[in-house]
Design a protein around this ligand. Structure first.
Ligand code: DAH
Length: 333
């Protein structure tokens, strides 16, 4: 076994070099425990002092005290150095600027903002409604009675009952028509944008969540001419002065008459008809459901698909790409 004097010499060398290498708070603490702790190396040499020859004890005792003082003061000064030294995460403000790459808004968000902006300039204000709806707003008030196939469990995401009403993820933004008529004074001119949900199998043209923009205008004397004018005004402002609107007779429970809306727009240099939604004159049953007298007031309404507009406009052939958040795809727009 080495003598106590040799051990003291060895300990000074190993403690000093280990301390230089300790450059984090955690490493420093480990060093302190290893050398100065209650079961540390200093203590274990001190414990051997009682076995030393009696005449060497005073000198060894003095050296051990000096060793203790050396370890303690080295520890304190190292601690103050590591506390002020820059860590790896410190920003060097003198370093030449590194480009972090600029983010941008999602192509759908931008499309929505642009569409709402156009309708805003046409005098529509923005209305809002919840994505979790009750059957009154999603069906009953929209003239879709109990037992109607549109209420089928396989075509809706039902979410249980509240106060005797079934709740579901809304399948159309037409729900906001009802909410606006229930809460706002007449006349009324609103648009609402938001997510709608349908249990569709995902493929290139179907997704279980997508966005619609809904429009509703209620006034004393409105006709199909006002509806078509509003849609044409939108088409020309959004798609350009050559855009056209075509209405094809159709059926929706909440409008009478009803039509499908096509808009003619430039697609990669060519003017093409694109089907983008539905529209019509608000059915008198819908007005009555929310306490509006259909003898006094009339309305027109429309609902357009946001993804459809964005996909045709930007040549996107698969709806799933819009929701996969692959930056390589999104960066193109
Ligand atoms: N809500 C219909 C749908 O999701 C679209 C629609 C058609 C909305 C006619 C309307 C409308 O406001 O008048 O298929």
């Amino acid at each position: 076994m080495p003598s106590i004097a040799d051990e003291i010499d060895l300990l000074v060398v190993s403690a000093d070099s280990a301390l230089v290498a300790a450059n984090s708070a955690l490493a420093l603490e480990e060093w302190r425990v290893s050398y100065l702790g209650p079961s540390g190396q200093l203590k274990s040499i001190m414990a051997r002092l009682k076995d030393a020859p009696r005449d060497e004890k005073p000198l060894l005792g003095k050296r051990l005290n000096e060793l203790k003082g050396h370890l303690e003061s080295s520890f304190e000064s190292r601690k103050s150095v590591t506390a002020t030294a820059p860590s790896a995460s410190t920003i060097d403000v003198t370093e030449p600027g590194q480009s972090l790459g600029q983010g941008r808004r999602h192509i759908l968000s931008r499309t929505i903002d642009e569409i709402v902006d156009v309708f805003g300039r046409m005098g529509f204000s923005v209305a809002d409604g919840p994505e979790i709806e009750d059957e009154w707003h999603n069906f009953t008030a929209l003239n879709i009675p109990e037992g109607h196939p549109a209420r089928d469990a396989s075509d809706n995401f039902y979410m249980g009952d509240e106060a005797g009403l079934k709740r579901l993820l809304r399948t159309q933004t037409s729900t906001v028509q009802i909410r606006a008529m229930e809460s706002q004074p007449l006349p009324l001119k609103v648009v609402a944008v938001g997510r709608v949900y349908r249990p569709d199998t995902h493929d290139a043209t179907h997704f279980s969540m997508f966005h619609q923009i809904e429009g509703l205008c209620i006034d004393r004397a409105l006709s199909l001419v006002d509806l078509k004018t509003a849609l044409l005004q939108f088409a020309r402002s959004y798609f350009g002065p050559e855009a056209e609107v075509r209405m094809r007779p159709s059926f929706f429970p909440f409008t009478e008459p009803s039509a499908e809306v096509d808009m003619k727009m430039h697609i990669r240099g060519q003017l093409q008809w694109v089907e983008i939604g539905g529209c019509g004159m608000v059915d008198p049953n819908v007005l009555t459901a929310v306490g509006i007298d259909p003898e006094q007031w009339r309305g027109y309404a429309f609902g357009l698909g946001v993804e459809r507009i964005a996909m045709r406009r930007y040549g996107i052939s698969d709806i799933r790409w819009l929701f996969e958040n692959d930056a390589r795809f999104l960066r193109q727009f």
